[in-house]
Design a protein around this ligand. Structure first.
Ligand SMILES: [Zn+2]
Ligand SMILES: [Zn+2]
Length: 289
């Protein structure tokens, strides 16, 4: 499916992929998630969209249908695999080689759609029948894992999982607060529980309570606008993950962290504003209701 202009409307679009090279994997796409990035790019809200544009930026899962001669060790026909946000990078710089941070490639990683690939063509995403990618940007999915459920792990999943692991949140018994319960937040709750953490969900909406506690298994649910309830949680969290895209009172949330606690920011608020005093002295400067 392709989009021709900023109306964002999708309609059938025919195109071909490159021939499978020696390091490439070709997969039949079974599912592709819908991310808000797909909405932004199809509507050209970032001003960089190249039409016709095939969305499906980074939650692609499918079955390997062909592999190049250098790939046979890693993937075989019939394997369930996934493709995330990037399909190419220089594979030579320190980020690519030493740090497994292709996304930070010195020459710029190539996004799965609307990027310029090494051959000069514009990359096209997962709302398509199949895709051809270099094996490095293709990931094995465990046999029997439901493919439809695997797709969102390639965007929302990795977005919360990465900071959780980098900040050593895999410590059973510690307390995690998840701010916001959308695509990112619900996975942070699931990972938190799987890692043995005590998980509290912060939301502005009481309608999320049932989902948080009963469907996702969170231990607590707090309405973040309830000043008293928030203040009572002062210095009680080891970790906070902010998955909300709206603005939040950072001073108030920082006051909920234990000393040397971690607040990971993965949402996109308009700004991040806090008083250094709340870090140094645990003082909330202004919390008027
Ligand atoms: Zn996404
Ligand atoms: Zn690189």
């Amino acid at each position: 499916m392709g989009c021709r202009d900023p109306s964002g409307l999708l309609s059938p679009y025919n195109f071909s992929r490159r021939v499978v090279g020696s390091d490439d994997v070709s997969l039949d796409i079974a599912y592709c998630g819908i991310c808000y990035a797909d909405v932004i790019w199809t509507r050209n809200e970032g001003g960089t969209s190249k039409y016709p544009l095939v969305p499906g930026r980074h939650e692609i899962v499918g079955i390997v249908k062909e592999v190049g001669s250098n790939v046979v060790e890693r993937f075989k026909v019939g394997d369930p695999v996934g493709v995330g946000a990037y399909v190419n990078s220089c594979r030579e710089c320190k980020y690519c080689n030493d740090e497994d941070l292709e996304v930070e490639c010195s020459k710029g990683a190539v996004p799965t759609f609307d990027g310029i690939d090494a051959d000069g063509t514009v990359t096209k995403g997962g709302y398509s029948t199949y895709i051809v990618v270099h094996q490095r940007y293709c990931y094995k999915i465990p046999e029997n894992y439901p493919l439809a459920s695997a797709a969102p792990l390639l965007c929302a999943g990795i977005t919360v999982y990465t900071p959780m692991m980098r900040q050593n949140m895999n410590q059973p018994g510690k307390c995690l607060g998840v701010i916001g319960l959308g695509g990112l937040g619900h996975l942070a709750v699931k990972f938190g529980k799987a890692l043995g953490l005590k998980v509290t969900v912060f939301s502005t909406s009481i309608s999320k309570k049932e989902e948080a506690l009963n469907l996702l298994g969170a231990d607590n649910f707090v309405i973040s606008s309830g000043q008293q309830q928030m203040m009572a949680l002062s210095k009680s969290f080891d970790f906070l993950i902010n998955t909300a895209s709206g603005d939040i009172p950072f001073d108030l949330y920082l006051s909920l962290l234990k000393t040397a606690g971690v607040l990971a920011l993965v949402g996109f608020p308009k700004e991040v504003k806090f008083s250094p005093a709340s870090l140094s002295f645990g003082i909330i400067i202004s919390t008027k209701s």
